[in-house]
Design a protein around this ligand. Structure first.
Ligand SMILES: Cc1cc2nc3c(=O)[nH]c(=O)nc-3n(C[C@H](O)[C@H](O)[C@H](O)COP(=O)(O)O)c2cc1C
Ligand code: SF4
Length: 419
């Protein structure tokens, strides 16, 4: 048994089956059976419908239903592209890396199924150049798929043909945002585009494009093979299915854990993570890297699904849980995160570009003992000026570390105020 909530891995099958990254091992364990089923007994619309009924929600952060997104692709416009978001730049998130490095054929099978469903003949995987070692096994797996007639012309001797291209960017957090990613893929500066038009209407090279996260697509083969009813047996009504949770920080057993959505956070931290290394109580938990408001102790019993996390005033996002024990100075932690956002701001709009700059300046003033109590309120004021005024969600995320730590751990700021 994998854990109390899951009897065997669905995504991280590498944990159960040694060397599943090898195509022969993958095939010996049912690999590419879903693709065979889709290409031989289903039509593209049926594949989309199964994913829609399963209510597979995007695992890149926003949780938008994948099948609904696929159905937005206009039927009569060609070419259509699939773009795989393998950027994974959120601090503390390392699930896509394990999927691509250890179970890459499941990612590839998911991409081919998506392309078949939306009528695409080309898919681009956009990865982060700094993590280039991750992409070595993926590239090898793509080559194996070509050599076995699973990519290229007439896949599995059917009429369906497609190619996959691997593209590594130079490394920027904003290039995980889907429209900045498209700009970067086209060779332009990685800055977000206005939406609408959404990528389904005008995406890569202004053509209809589906963009999905690596983990989202890894869910597709088991869904097609086992059906939507099987998938919906896991998780909750509104957040069905399986999810990988990346656990890091002050826990004894960091790593990727696969659980149904809606599993308790406390189970992940205490049972799987083994609690804190120090044995000290936990002070706060970041649920989605730096992007989402920190969870204070009163919400440590929250269930890890999209709705329950929203009720706890935070978001599930990419589900990268960073645990901080009570030795952590939350003003210090917030300063680190502000520095990250200032560094990663693409500079296109002034609320984010200027706001993050000033947040860092004021944080620095407070932490170096030169701030006044007015400066804590000034931080809040700057975050108010940024909220709902930024061009893309990066600027909106950036205020979360400050607002949540001031709200829950104000004394960590006040101890620096001596003037
Ligand atoms: C600043 C920012 C960074 C993002 N980084 C990533 C990322 O690294 N990987 C990812 O899959 N989605 C990321 N996203 C979300 C994407 O914009 C998009 O929602 C996602 O690729 C859609 O795929 P999904 O529906 O399968 O989740 C990011 C969004 C923002 C605003
Ligand atoms: S919010 Fe930040 S990252 Fe987004 S467009 Fe504006 S400057 Fe760029």
């Amino acid at each position: 048994m994998t854990n109390k909530y899951l009897d065997k891995h669905v995504l991280l099958r590498n944990k159960d089956i040694p060397n599943i990254r090898d195509i022969n091992v993958y095939i010996a364990h049912g690999g590419y059976d879903a693709l065979k089923k889709a290409l031989t007994v289903m039509n593209p619309g049926e594949v989309t419908q199964v994913v829609k009924t399963a209510n597979l929600r995007g695992r890149g952060g926003a949780g938008f239903p994948a099948g609904v997104k696929w159905s937005f692709i206009p039927p009569n416009v060609k070419p259509v592209y699939v773009v795989v978001n393998a950027d994974e730049s959120e601090p503390g998130t390392f699930k896509d890396r394990e999927l691509m490095g250890e179970n890459p054929h499941q990612v590839i099978e998911g991409i081919i199924l998506c392309a078949f469903a939306v009528g695409a003949e080309r898919a681009y995987i956009y990865g982060r150049g700094e993590f280039k070692n991750t992409f070595v096994p993926l590239k090898k797996a793509i080559d194996e798929a070509y050599n076995n007639g699973l990519l290229g012309k007439n896949i599995m001797n059917t009429d369906f043909s497609m190619d996959i291209f691997l593209h590594l960017g130079a490394g920027a957090y904003i290039c995980g945002e889907e429209t900045a990613l498209l700009n970067s893929l086209e060779g332009y500066m990685g800055q977000p585009r206005s939406r609408p038009p959404f990528p389904a209407a005008e995406g890569l090279y202004a053509k209809p494009t589906v963009i999905n996260n690596v983990e989202t697509l890894s869910n597709v083969p088991p869904i097609i093979l086992n059906g939507s009813d099987w998938y919906r047996r896991y998780g909750t009504e509104r957040s069905p299915g399986i999810k990988i949770f990346s656990l890091s920080g002050h826990v004894k057993n960091p790593g990727n854990y696969e659980l149904p959505l809606g599993a308790p956070l406390r189970y992940l931290i205490e049972e799987l993570g083994g609690g804190t290394m120090s044995g000290l109580p936990i002070k706060g938990i970041l649920p989605a890297g730096a992007s989402a408001p920190m969870i204070p102790p009163e919400h440590f019993d929250v269930m890890m699904d999209y709705e329950s996390m929203a009720e706890a005033n935070t978001t599930l996002g990419s589900a990268s849980f960073i645990v901080m024990d009570e030795t952590v100075d939350m003003a210090w932690a917030a300063e680190k995160m502000v520095h990250f956002f200032k560094h990663e701001s693409c500079g296109k709009c002034s609320p984010c570009r200027e706001g993050n700059y000033w947040l860092e300046q004021v944080m620095h003033r407070i932490r170096s003992g030169k701030g006044t109590s007015f400066d804590i309120d000034l931080l809040t004021k700057i975050t108010h000026q940024m909220t709902d005024n930024c061009f893309c969600p990066l600027g909106e995320f950036a205020v979360n570390p400050i607002n949540a730590t001031i709200k829950h751990f104000r004394s960590d700021y006040e101890k620096y105020i001596t003037l």
